[in-house]
Structures are given as structure tokens and as C-alpha cells.
Design a protein around this ligand. Structure first.
Ligand code: F6R
Length: 630
């Protein structure tokens, strides 16, 4: 969702801005633009609708825009259609080639309409439909009063409602870029004599690993190699830079055709690296998260809030935490939780306890998020904190907003995930949840140390078993090419298999545009089965012994209505082959952890179907990697 880059230094800015934007393409966008100030102080803005390639061609790789300072942007349309006029950067004064303020924005300005009316009353004219042009002209109006970028930003931040990461160039400060941020990500990278602004680390990794994370409601003055931070009162604040340990290679395709297939192959490592930080001497160890056993013993219940695939991990977590640790869990869509005025843990209520809204002190709220920037998940976290709950974030991106605001943080170690559709971050989240459930189970006295050792040993077999499954990818590719014209797909399973189906189905629809739904197999006959036609693809997941025969019966019901059946089951269940048209076997593993294996063929199915249909698999239409707006 929108990407921002900025550069000030001694090199030509435009090629650096374009290169940075190309590293942010994964966030999703529909138009792009750059603004560069030349040595005479003139700013030139070039924009293009569509892919970055078009902007690059228009500027001859940036060479037609000379200058050592500039800002760039990829836009994911919110206010106004994708068009050149609506693309950023926006300027305060169209009639001049040295506009007083030039800016880019990521986020949504909720009161833009009201602000626009006021600015129109002051004589401002608007050339686009964007909330960003409103922000630029608002800042311009304050800048004209004081001549101070800091004061203009402070005043604007007081009146703007919504979320934003903003970067501006001001006419009378030709060697500076100013930024302001609230609830949208922004980082600043530095070397001795250059500074880089970006929405995410991959955009600057090639140039520096020394990074400042801009805090909420923080203003920042960026000069070449020199960054200064201010709070909203305009007071200067000290800040330490952090050193990023990922190498630039981690954000490159590395010989793979797409990021998605590269990241599918990186799953053994993502799982291993994540588990390694959570296991010690054969037992789980959550000390890196700060969450203490004394607290874990006393939690009355757990609420999990997340979005999309991370929510699917939450569903899986519910089965695991309740099944293994015998603690009540409820799973919430973060976008619902934040506005729903949730009651205290339902586990607490009985006929004598009148339910009352209020703090959920004594409960744990877990927020799961790869990016750590998802607006709804961040809002759910804040809601939980407001209610007095303890909060644990399971996050992949170091220093992200959710990681910084949660009380406890469990970092997954999937490395940078570039493809819009998550794969390795999802798998890392799953094993993090496995370790968490085992830890809770032992600490709360539900399982013995011996049992835990036995189960953590099983967990550590997952990376190799994923490797084995990946060796079979050609079979899935063959199957995907055979079913390339599938219009609808249904994914069915029970218990933990249902959680896997939710994710398998999302992978299918988001990257291949095949309509797809996941159903708990027992639920199929309560409506959905009427959608089955001759040849409809039904994918069943059967790894849970207790309910395997039940799902087999549901498969038979589908087959007798014309469905074409694919099954994913554990090695040894050869009876499945008698019913399914195409069967994939996963290696044997403790059933609690089978989801980590069963998801692999389903990710491959989504990927290969997308590729066979000629879709841009890493950047499917309308989607953004990091959803920083509601
Ligand atoms: C699907 C996918 C999304 C994300 C969701 C939450 O492949 O990637 O559904 O899981 O947008 O994102 P994070 O985990 O960054 O909060």
C-alpha cells in the first residue's frame, strides 16, 4: 500500500528514487511519480499511471531529472481513480516551477473534505481528487504564515485526522526533506553524507543498513547524512539508529522466477530460524518475548486478533491452545474487534456474573501480523491495551508499529517477505504458535516436560519434511496446469485441517483469481453443496485421524455430485486414493503440527495455477502487501 522514497546526498537522486520504489513494488500500487530539485532550486515532477517501468521509461531511468535531492511515490488509489493527475508527488503551486511545497503521502486523511473546503475558502484551487493534495496545500498555508517547515508540520498534524507518512520538500530549504508520521510506516537510512527515506527497509538496503525508525507523531528533518527528530510540540528528540541484519540479497529473487516461489522454498529456513529462538535444550523458552511464566499461569483466557492469513494462523492457534494447553481462546478479525466493544473474556461469565464492558485485565490478547503495520491489527492492539489486557505481538518486521506498541513481542524470523501473498511468514507464524501452545501447556501443568520434549523434537522435523514436500512440486505443477480452467474451488477439512483449508483457499483465490471458498467439511451440506457442478474442484485436507473418515464421507458426497477431488493426507492413508482423483501425501508427523506440512501443496497449487493463467503472481490485482488503511 503506497510506497515512499526520498534521497538527499551527492549522487543523482532520480535513479536512486526509482530503484527504491522498485523495491517497494510488492506493497501494491497503480501509479507512480518522482520529484527532483535541481541545483537552481527548480523542482520537476514526473508521474505515470501503471507500472513503474512506464515512469522509468518516461524519465530515461531518471537521467532526465538532474538534482541531488528528491522524493518518490508509488500510489495505491484511495481518493480518486488511478491517474496521472492523482499520482503523487503533489505540489502547492501549479503555476510555478519552484512550488513552495512538494509532497508525497501514504495513508488516509479522514477529514480531507472539511480541510479542502477551508482551503478553498482561503483561495486554494485543486487539480486532483486526492487527500494528499489537501495535505500539501494545508502545509503550504501554514508555511506561508511562518516560513518554518517545522511549524507548518506541527500545525498540520494537529488538524489532520487519519493516518499518514508524509515527506515534503520546501522551496526555501533546498537541501532538506521533512517528514511526519502517524500510523503509517517510515524509516530513514543514513550514511556519512547521504540520507534515504523509505516506507520499508528493502528500499534502502543496497545503500545502507543504518536505519532510524520514525515514531508516531514524530517530525523529522533530513539533510545529507544528518537527521534530526522533533515531537509534535517542535521539541528536538534524541534517537538511536539501529543496524539491519538482513542482507540486500534477501530481498532479491535470487534466480527464482517469482518472489512467491522463492519464499515458498525459504520456508524450511523460516521455520527453523523461528523455532531456534523459541526452543532451548529440548524445551520451549519464551524468554526472548519477555512473557513470564508467572503471568502465563494466571491468564484466564486468550483473545487473538489478526487479519487475512494471520487470522487463519489464529484459527489454528485456537485448536492448539485449547487442545494442548486447555485455555479458552477466541479468535477475532481485527477489523471487527476494534469497533465491537468486546466484553471481558467469555470464559469468565456464568449466570452470577453480569457481563459488563470494561478492561480485560487478566487476559492475554495476541496480535499476529507479518508486517506489524496492518492498520486494523494495530487498532485492535491499542483497543486491547486500553481495556487493560496484556498484549503479545507475533510479528515479522523488526521495529514495526505493532512490535513497538505491544507489551511483549515474539519475533518470527522469516526475513523480508516481498510477494504480496504470504507463505514463509505464515509458516513462521504457525510454528511460533506451536511453540507457544506447548509452552503454555507445560507451564500450566497440562503436559509433562517429557511430553514437551517429545513434541518439540517433532516440531524440529518440520523444516526437513517441508523440503521433502517441495521435491514433489512438479506433480502439483502438472495438476495445476490440468485444472487451469477451473472456475470454482472448495477446500474442505475438519478441525486443524479446516484452518489449513482457510489458508489454502485464500492462496488460490488471491493469486490465481479462481473463485474459492473454505468450508468445515461437516458444514458443506448446509448450503454450499448446491454450488457443486460436474468438474468443480474440491480440495480436501485429511491429516486428523479422529475426523478423517468423516471427511472421507464428505468427499464421497461431493464426488457423487460431480466434483473433481484433490486430497492432501498423511502418508499411510492410502484409502484416500480410492476416492480422490489426485492425492498428495505429506510425511508423518504429530497431528498437531500437520498444518505446517499440509499447507505446502496448497501454496504450490495457488502459485502454479496463477502462473499457468499468466497472472502477475507476486503482485495480484487490487492487493497491497501491507494494509495500512482501514
Ligand atoms: C494473504 C496475506 C494477507 C495478510 C493480511 C495481514 O496472503 O498476505 O491476508 O495476511 O493482510 O497482514 P499482516 O500479517 O502484515 O498483518
Amino acid at each position: 500500500m503506497c510506497g515512499i522514497t526520498g534521497y538527499v546526498g551527492h549522487e543523482e537522486a532520480a535513479p536512486i528514487l526509482l530503484d527504491g520504489l522498485s523495491k517497494l513494488e510488492y506493497r501494491g500500487y497503480d501509479s507512480a511519480g518522482i520529484a527532483v530539485r535541481d541545483n537552481d532550486g527548480k523542482v520537476r515532477v514526473v508521474k505515470a499511471k501503471g507500472r513503474l517501468k512506464i515512469l522509468s521509461e518516461k524519465t530515461d531511468g531518471g537521467t532526465t531529472l538532474p538534482g541531488h535531492i528528491g522524493i518518490g511515490h508509488t500510489r495505491w488509489a484511495t481518493h480518486g481513480e488511478p491517474s496521472e493527475a492523482n499520482a503523487h508527488p503533489h505540489i502547492s503551486d501549479e503555476s510555478s516551477d519552484s512550488s513552495a511545497v512538494v509532497g508525497v503521502h501514504n495513508g488516509i486523511i479522514e477529514n480531507y473534505h472539511e480541510l479542502k473546503e477551508k482551503l478553498i475558502a482561503k483561495g486554494y484551487k485543486f487539480y486532483s481528487d486526492t487527500d494528499t493534495e489537501v495535505a500539501v496545500k494545508l502545509v503550504d498555508s501554514y508555511y506561508r504564515e511562518s516560513g518554518s517547515p517545522l511549524e507548518a508540520l506541527e500545525k498540520s498534524m494537529v488538524v489532520i485526522r487519519g493516518s499518514y507518512a508524509l515527506a515534503f520538500m520546501f522551496k526555501d530549504y533546498p537541501d532538506e526533506i521533512w517528514t511526519a508520521r502517524k500510523d503509517s510506516p517510515m524509516i530513514i537510512g543514513v550514511t556519512n553524507d547521504e540520507s534515504f527515506i523509505a516506507s520499508d527497509v528493502p528500499a534502502i538496503l543496497k545503500r545502507t543498513r543504518t536505519v532510524y525508525y520514525v515514531d508516531n507523531l514524530e517530525i523529522c528533518r533530513v539533510r545529507a547524512g544528518d537527521v534530526k527528530f522533533y515531537n509534535i510540540e517542535g521539541e528536538s528528540r534524541p534517537k538511536e539508529a539501529v543496524s539491519i541484519s538482513w542482507d540486500a540479497q534477501a530481498a532479491e529473487k535470487d534466480g527464482y522466477e517469482h518472489f512467491m516461489i522463492k519464499e515458498i522454498h525459504e520456508q524450511p529456513k523460516a521455520v527453523y530460524d523461528t523455532l531456534s529462538t523459541l526452543l532451548k535444550d529440548g524445551l520451549t523458552d519464551l524468554s526472548s518475548t519477555g512473557l513470564e511464566d508467572s503471568l502465563i499461569r494466571n491468564f484466564r483466557g486468550v483473545t487473538i486478533a489478526a487479519c487475512g492469513s494471520a487470522w487463519h494462523v489464529g484459527i489454528e492457534a485456537q485448536y492448539l491452545l485449547e487442545g494442548l494447553a486447555r485455555i479458552p481462546v477466541r479468535v477475532e478479525l481485527a477489523s471487527e474487534y476494534r469497533y465491537r466493544d468486546p466484553l471481558p473474556g467469555f470464559w469468565e461469565m456464568n449466570s452470577d456474573t453480569a457481563p459488563a464492558a470494561g478492561p480485560v485485565a487478566g487476559d492475554l490478547v495476541i496480535i499476529i501480523s507479518q508486517s506489524g503495520e496492518t492498520a486494523d491489527s494495530l487498532a485492535a492492539l491499542r483497543e486491547a491495551k486500553k481495556r487493560g489486557a496484556h498484549t503479545l505481538a507475533i510479528v515479522n518486521v523488526l521495529g514495526s508499529s505493532i512490535a513497538r506498541e505491544a507489551e511483549f513481542v515474539l519475533y518470527t524470523h522469516a526475513g523480508p517477505e516481498i510477494a504480496v501473498a504470504t507463505t514463509k511468514a505464515y509458516s513462521a507464524q504457525l510454528v511460533a504458535i506451536d511453540a507457544l501452545a506447548l509452552h503454555f501447556a507445560r507451564v500450566r501443568g497440562v503436559i509433562t516436560e517429557d511430553k514437551e520434549r517429545q513434541m518439540t523434537a517433532e516440531l524440529m522435523t518440520i523444516p526437513d519434511k517441508i523440503r521433502t514436500l517441495l521435491e514433489e512440486k512438479d506433480r502439483i505443477q502438472w495438476f495445476a496446469s490440468k485444472k487451469i480452467n477451473t472456475r470454482d474451488a472448495f477446500f474442505i477439512g475438519r478441525g486443524l485441517d479446516y484452518a489449513v483449508c482457510l489458508e489454502g483457499s485464500l492462496k488460490m483465490k488471491e493469486v490465481s483469481y479462481v473463485h474459492s471458498e473454505a468450508y468445515a467439511s461437516g458444514e458443506l451440506k448446509h448450503g454450499t453443496i448446491s454450488l457443486l457442478e460436474q468438474g468443480t474442484l474440491v480440495v480436501s485436507v485429511l491429516t486428523q485421524n479422529r475426523v478423517l473418515e468423516k471427511t472421507l464421507s464428505n468427499m464421497v458426497e461431493c464426488k457423487s455430485r460431480g466434483a473433481y477431488l484433490m486430497a492432501v493426507t498423511t502418508h499411510g492413508h492410502f484409502e484416500v486414493e480410492d476416492i480422490a482423483d489426485f492425492t498428495v501425501y505429506i510425511p508423518k508427523i504429530d497431528e498437531h503440527f500437520a498444518g505446517s506440512l499440509a499447507i505446502i501443496p496448497l501454496q504450490l497449487l495457488g502459485y502454479y495455477t496463477s502462473v499457468a493463467r499468466g497472472i502477475d503472481v507476486d503482485k495480484p490485482r487490487n492487493l497491497a502487501k501491507s494494509v495500512t488503511v482501514e
